[in-house]
Write a protein that binds this ligand. Structure first.
Ligand code: FES
Ligand SMILES: [Fe+2]
Length: 450
């Protein structure tokens, strides 16, 4: 595919992006090829498919897939597409099965994807159908990281641990060090008329909007963050930081706030929970990481998995087109929390960030508007700005990746789009890696245009 038209979509040097990135159909098709068919994508959590035959259906980019626990306890994933005439094989969201029979003509497949039976095989195929060559299309790579199951179409991609890279240092804090995470499912699902990158970038690093966009949610009296409401309250210097890493993953941290968006009663309980666990974790992982454990982290694992620790929110933004995104929302709880606490966190997550969540709807209005305003002929020719904190990005011996020294900044936006650009401009992983040789310098030397 010709990529010349994408050259000006991302301006890494000056921290800008074309407004067209949320709109352009050709760019979307390039994203399907170079991002969703190349990067590791979230499939499910192991707790959703604990036993042989347990499965969920989900998406990898624009493809529907089945994710299934195997007899040997491994996990495989397949395109949810019959090998005969391409009908959808499994129409339900989750369940337990020993295999799947196609609704159209009845070809039947085993849990391992092999084609087991074909109606009237001997009579109408004259024994010329090679069933071994007609099993389900298997996804090239499936790996699990602390129970979070990811798949990748590209067998040349780095393994999942390498893909997460330095970002694992931050993920391990909340995925593993605290005793492990469960996702409470099934996920809530809804569609927004927005580009998938709009919420992905918001979660990777936008603490700027919280007091303003969410002023009414904050003032409702239903949030432990209430003091942040309005545009006159800025977290003080030293209240947090931003981080971006080589493969575009990033976080924003607001220190010492484990309570998240929950109501005051639950917030107080969670703060006590976080403080108690921090004391234990100090010895295990050191004071810096223990403090981050009980801080509020917003983050995105490139390209489209997002999370809010403390608030207990886990999201996947599934692209259905440049202007249509399916939003999946799980509550995240720690495995060793009491059942009652898990239940209340789960309800609170749906109340705040679920389909009709009062935080979610405030965000969605912005996601949709930034997507659709790029449709304007002249607006589409303009560049967007993510230059906040641009000259302060630096390396820090205590924190892997590149750090911005403020809870409110756009360091992780710039890292996200630098990697996005490397993928979009490259034909394969070798080229992506070559384009990333100097990634630290590229980001640290970025400056606003003169
Ligand atoms: S399309 Fe599935 S059996 Fe024919
Ligand atoms: Fe928000």
């Amino acid at each position: 595919m010709d990529t010349t038209h994408t050259i000006n979509f991302i301006d890494v040097e000056h921290g800008r992006q074309s407004h067209k990135i949320y709109q352009d159909q050709t760019l979307f098709e390039l994203e399907c090829e170079r991002i969703f068919a190349r990067c590791w994508l979230f499939l499910t959590h192991e707790c959703a498919i604990p036993n042989y035959g347990d499965f969920v259906t989900t998406r990898m980019g624009t493809d529907e897939v089945i994710v299934m626990r195997q007899k040997d306890n491994s996990i495989k994933a397949f395109l949810n597409v019959c090998r005969h005439r391409g009908a959808r094989l499994c129409a339900v969201e989750a369940g337990n099965a020993r295999g799947f029979a196609c609704n159209y003509h009845g070809w039947a497949y085993g849990a391992d994807g092999s084609l087991l039976s074909v109606p009237f095989e001997n009579e109408i195929y004259q024994k010329r159908l090679d069933k071994c060559k007609n099993g389900l299309h298997e996804i090239g790579k499936v790996e699990s990281y602390h129970g979070f199951v990811y798949g990748c179409f590209d067998t040349d991609a780095p393994n999942l641990k390498e893909y997460l890279g330095d970002f694992a240092w931050y993920l391990d804090l909340w995925m593993e060090a605290g005793g492990g995470i469960e996702l409470v499912g099934p996920p809530a699902r809804c569609f927004i008329e927005a580009n998938w990158k709009a919420p992905s970038e918001n979660f990777v690093g936008d603490a700027y909007h919280v007091g303003w966009t969410h002023a009414s949610a904050l003032r409702s009296g239903q949030s432990g963050f209430a003091g942040m409401a309005g545009n006159n309250v800025l977290p003080p210097a030293g209240a947090g930081l931003q981080v971006t890493t080589q493969h575009g993953h990033g976080i924003g941290a607001l220190y010492d706030v484990y309570a998240g968006v929950h109501d005051n009663e639950l917030s107080e309980e969670l703060m006590a929970w976080g403080v108690a666990k921090e004391q234990v974790l100090k010895d295990k992982i050191g004071p810096i990481r223990a403090r981050l454990y009980r801080s509020h982290l917003n983050g995105t694992i490139f390209p489209n998995t997002s999370f809010l620790t403390g608030s207990g929110v886990f999201k996947v933004w599934q692209p259905h087109g440049p202007k249509k995104t399916e939003v999946l929302t799980w509550a995240m709880v720690e495995k060793d929390m009491p059942p009652d606490m898990k239940e209340r966190i789960s309800r609170s997550v749906q109340r705040t960030f679920g389909i009709a969540g009062y935080w979610e709807t405030e965000d969605n209005d912005n996601m949709e508007s930034e997507t659709h305003m790029g449709r304007g002929f002249m607006a589409g020719k303009k560049m967007l700005n993510s230059q906040m904190g641009i000259s302060g990005d630096r390396q820090d011996p205590d924190y892997p990746g590149i750090v911005g020294d403020s809870a409110v900044g756009e360091t992780s936006y710039r890292g996200y789009y630098r990697f996005y650009n490397a993928l979009i401009q490259s034909s394969n992983w070798e080229e992506v890696n070559a384009r990333s040789n100097d990634w630290v310098n590229e980001l640290i030397t970025a400056r606003p245009e003169k």
